[in-house]
Design a protein around this ligand. Structure first.
Ligand SMILES: NC(=O)c1ccc[n+]([C@@H]2O[C@H](COP(=O)([O-])OP(=O)(O)OC[C@H]3O[C@@H](n4cnc5c(N)ncnc54)[C@H](OP(=O)(O)O)[C@@H]3O)[C@@H](O)[C@H]2O)c1
Length: 299
């Protein structure tokens, strides 16, 4: 497959997309354009090429994708389904590679695929797989686990603030995580290796963690604090969350335990022992990085 040069980034203004944009530009390997929704108030650094499209109009999207080799979508969860039309537009415009907005749990795992929170992302994955069989468009699904930085700062994996972090199912499950700037490196790596990453899941694992390891790091940083972890059965929490989700309640307290299960539970293929780090040039992180992240999170 020929090299990828022209890259469109969708959602480049977002939480993750802004890191990916920085890394794409810093690599100096691509001509990057950001595609934003018509009417979006997103702003970008001077000199960034920005185009707009109506995300509900295939012709508008096709015009934006003309001459592009790849589309990397970092669209937020609310916009996930609009990627179907983007795939149609990418096919029509002759784009070679599409990276849908996955960037999290291992959705190739059969248990993850059944989780209700991933329904729309699975629809897009399946659509891309179908299109790749009959058109020139190829895909890469990038799985990175939870975001190390975001998930710790937002108390998703563990909350250190009151010294009573919740430990799920004993806390020894090993799981892969990747911080947001490293996801940016991974996107650069995938687009730099189109043949090797063609039509397959790509696994990135910046570090392999356990909750008990995180607690040990916190205790090392602040040994004098009254640490009193609380053991919780994640399955009980998730059963309640799934019930609420089925009733149409999709708020964060409902969605987060389900996402967490897909990030930490060994039954969900969460430890990416076999991964694409080497191919993509991803360097692992050490405990030093965890100390850096966790220190400001302890009062
Ligand atoms: N693994 C993890 O721990 C983890 C954590 C968080 C997120 N993620 C994943 O990372 C990806 C990006 O998430 P994010 O949190 O960075 O996204 P985000 O900040 O919520 O949104 C990214 C961009 O998408 C566009 N957008 C937002 N809502 C939209 C809508 N309704 N329709 C169309 N476009 C919309 C906006 O760009 P414009 O206004 O410029 O068009 C926005 O800046 C998602 O797949 C998400 O599930 C993973």
């Amino acid at each position: 497959m020929s090299a990828i040069k022209n890259v469109t980034l969708v959602g480049g203004s977002g939480r993750l997309g802004s890191f990916v944009l920085d890394k794409l530009l810093a690599s100096n390997k691509f001509n990057v354009q950001v595609l934003k929704r018509a009417g979006s108030s997103s702003t970008f650094a001077a000199g960034t090429k920005v185009v707009e499209a109506d995300f509900e109009d295939v012709e508008s999207l096709k015009a934006a994708f003309q001459g592009q080799d790849a589309v990397a979508s970092l669209i937020g969860d609310a916009g996930v389904l609009s990627q179907k039309l983007m795939v149609d537009a990418a096919v029509a415009a002759g784009v070679k590679r599409f990276l849908p907005s996955n960037f999290g749990s291992n959705m190739s795992n059969p248990n993850s695929r059944k989780l209700p929170v991933f329904g729309r992302k699975i629809i897009v994955e399946d659509y891309l797989i179908e299109k790749s069989k009959t058109t020139e468009l190829t895909y890469s699904f990038v799985y990175v686990g939870g975001f190390t930085d975001f998930a710790l700062r937002n108390k998703v994996i563990m909350d250190f603030s009151k010294y009573t972090p919740t430990i799920f199912n004993g806390g020894d499950s090993q799981f892969s995580t990747t911080s947001m700037p490293t996801v940016g490196d991974a996107v650069v790596g995938v687009l730099s290796h189109p043949a090797e990453t063609r039509n397959r899941p790509v696994y990135v694992s910046e570090i392999i963690l356990t909750q008990n390891q995180l607690l040990a790091v916190a205790k090392k940083i602040a040994p004098g604090k009254p640490w009193a972890p609380v053991n919780v059965d994640l399955d009980v929490v998730v059963a309640g969350a799934k019930e609420r989700f089925a009733q149409g309640i999709h708020d964060l307290p409902t969605v987060i335990p389900i996402l967490l299960k897909s990030i930490v539970d060994p039954e969900y293929g969460v430890k990416f022992t076999e991964n694409d780090n080497e191919l993509l040039g991803i360097k692992g992180k050490t405990e030093e990085y965890l100390v850096e992240l966790i220190t400001p999170l302890i009062n």
